[in-house]
Design a protein around this ligand. Structure first.
Ligand code: DAK
Length: 257
């Protein structure tokens, strides 16, 4: 891997992907996104991994898609390169993904963080969709996900002006889960990951799938989907283990079966 580093240093159940183009503020070029996609696909299949953290460095999570790589492309070039299929595959990851964000999360960087399931931010984090300033608009979900996260008025302001949102504001608007001092953001993401990693991975996967379905369905359909996943947990050994452990007043040990 040239543009990302992958480690499982915290404990076996947690994998960390670090975007690693520091001089370019982790601008998301085609190869970097393909490396992320390939890694996520492997981690999704690796039963030893239960939660994935994606991070950048202190200065930037990612300052956007790589403008230098896109600048002279035509619409047909963009169509044929079809980077969206890479992003779509990333979005289909079944395991929970936490974005640990410090510094800039702009344009595609903000969209990438929002594609993750939860965001832990450092106090220095800055979120934004500044594409309008370079004559385009968000193309990897910004107009949809940011609007759902912060509401129409704020999304309009951010996307039409390209202004940045501070970490504190992002927390106020519900875009991020928690804001912590810069030296703590990765630690905080690991703590959250550890807690989720103790749960039944089957239940975690089914819950994630049902929550994501809420963005695409009316309530009736969403409830029916949730119900099927709920029933499905009763086919798992983990559900028996979880409920028996409660009754027997002991800590459950989930195997993912
Ligand atoms: N692309 C390429 N290089 C970038 C970059 C970017 N997005 N952002 C920063 N860099 C590079 C700079 O060019 C500079 O490189 P050198 O000049 O040293 O070679 C280096 O990183 C350091 O940046 P600065 O010198 O500018 O650092 P400052 O601290 O002064 O400013 C900044 C930091 C983040 C405010 C500034 O760099 C900036 O405004 N960056 C651009 C932010 C931006 O406009 N982002 C949105 C880009 S458009 C798609 C998926 C997604 C997208 C599109 C398609 N498909 C699936 C098809 C998304 C589009 C976007 O994100």
């Amino acid at each position: 891997m040239e543009f990302i580093k992958v480690t499982e240093q915290y404990q076996p159940a947690i994998a960390l992907i670090q975007l690693n183009r520091p001089k370019e503020l982790n601008a998301l070029n085609k190869q970097l996104m393909e490396e992320v996609r390939d890694t996520l696909q492997l981690l999704d299949k690796n039963e030893a991994v239960r939660v994935i953290i994606i991070t950048g460095d202190e200065r930037a999570f990612a300052a956007g898609a790589d403008i230098k790589q896109m600048a002279d492309k035509s619409a047909i070039d963009m169509l044929l390169i079809d980077q969206f299929s890479t992003w779509d595959q990333i979005r289909k990851t079944k395991k929970p993904i936490i974005a640990a964000v410090s510094g800039f999360a702009l344009g595609g960087g903000c969209e990438f963080a929002m594609t993750c399931d939860m965001i832990i931010a450092s106090e220095t984090a800055k979120f934004g969709q500044p594409e309008i300033k370079i004559g385009t608009i968000p193309g990897a979900g910004g107009t949809q996900r940011l609007t759902k996260a912060v509401g129409k008025a704020k999304a309009m302001e951010l996307i039409l002006t390209g202004r940045f949102l501070s970490a504190e504001e992002a927390h106020f608007y519900g875009l991020v889960n928690k804001v912590v001092p810069v030296e703590m953001y990765l630690h905080e993401a690991v703590e959250l990951a550890k807690e989720i990693a103790q749960m039944s991975p089957v239940a975690v996967q089914l819950a994630k799938e049902a929550i994501n379905r809420s963005f695409e369905t009316q309530l009736d359909e969403g409830l029916a989907f949730e119900r099927k996943n709920f029933y499905l947990t009763f086919a798992s050994a983990d559900q028996k283990e979880g409920m028996n452990a409660f009754v027997e007043k002991r800590k459950p040990s989930f195997t993912g079966r």
